[in-house]
Design a protein around this ligand. Structure first.
Ligand code: 2HA
Ligand code: ZN
Length: 260
């Protein structure tokens, strides 16, 4: 909980979550939840989708319409703990949303992304969405082809290929808050932990809040460098040969076919 508050505050302070922008969900262990809660259901909410893989699982989730800026001052109003029931078509509220609120409007994208990432990595716990300015800006001026987008980011900072060797997947502009964008995001999450929503923001997934934050932070830094240099004549870059040296040195494998 403390980490959740710190992360939401940190994301707000980075300018990634203006107003009610952004949302976070974190899978909790049942034992962890039982330690703090009496497990009484406050109310049952319809999710609007099915996710049988997550039946009975517990999540700490930011609330819809809530401001990341305020999470630190009133966590019980701005966050909630829910248990998915009835094949994920319903969620029991166990704690939080004290003003009668509910989970984020992007709950389907979050839950479907959890399903997709847990298949790839059973230790995945966190899905995070936000609106970082440089990545967002990049989607207006850069080719949205995933290989091209990823390669540009990798070339902007040496550590990028080490931090996200699986690259960045990209969705074209789609209506947010729908099951369609949720399904499309989850599909993209099968092959990468970062999914850009063109002209909107980014989704990240990871084993804990710091790792997921760091993933987005690294991609955002690379996008910042790109915007600083995109209009200037390019004199130097990180070559594919050098990328291969990074792969060897750090024991990572770049996404198949992304390097020459
Ligand atoms: O609710 O970021 O995508 C805030 C959002 C929606
Ligand atoms: Zn958003």
């Amino acid at each position: 909980m403390v980490e959740m508050i710190r992360t939401a505050t940190n994301m707000y302070n980075h300018g990634w979550d203006e107003r009610n922008g952004g949302n976070i969900s974190m899978l909790l262990d049942e034992a962890e939840v039982r330690e703090y809660l009496d497990m009484q259901s406050i109310c049952t909410l319809e999710t609007g989708f099915a996710a049988p893989e997550l039946d009975g699982r517990f999540f700490l989730v930011t609330g819809t319409g809530k401001y990341f800026m305020n999470v630190q001052y009133d966590p019980a109003k701005n966050l909630g703990i829910v248990r998915l029931i009835e094949d994920g078509t319903k969620a029991e509220l166990l704690w939080g949303y004290t003003d009668g609120g509910r989970f984020t409007s992007e709950f389907s994208a979050h839950m479907m992304s959890h399903v997709a990432r847990l298949v790839v990595d059973p230790l995945n716990r966190v899905v995070m969405h936000c609106h970082p300015g440089n990545l967002l800006a990049m989607t207006y001026v850069h080719d949205l082809d995933e290989r091209a987008f990823t390669r540009t980011l990798w070339q902007m900072c040496t550590e990028c290929i080490v931090v996200f060797p699986d690259g960045v997947n990209v969705l074209p502009w789609m209506l947010c808050g729908t099951n369609e964008i949720g399904e499309a995001t989850a599909k993209k999450m099968e092959t990468a932990r970062l999914v850009v929503w063109a002209q909107h923001g980014i989704y990240g997934a990871g084993r804990d809040l710091d790792e997921t934050f760091g993933l987005i932070e690294t991609a955002e830094k690379a996008a910042e460098i790109y915007l600083k240099i995109a209009h200037l004549p390019l004199v130097n870059t990180i070559t594919d040969e050098q990328m291969h040296l990074l792969e060897q040195r750090f024991g990572v494998k770049a996404r198949e076919g992304y390097l020459q």
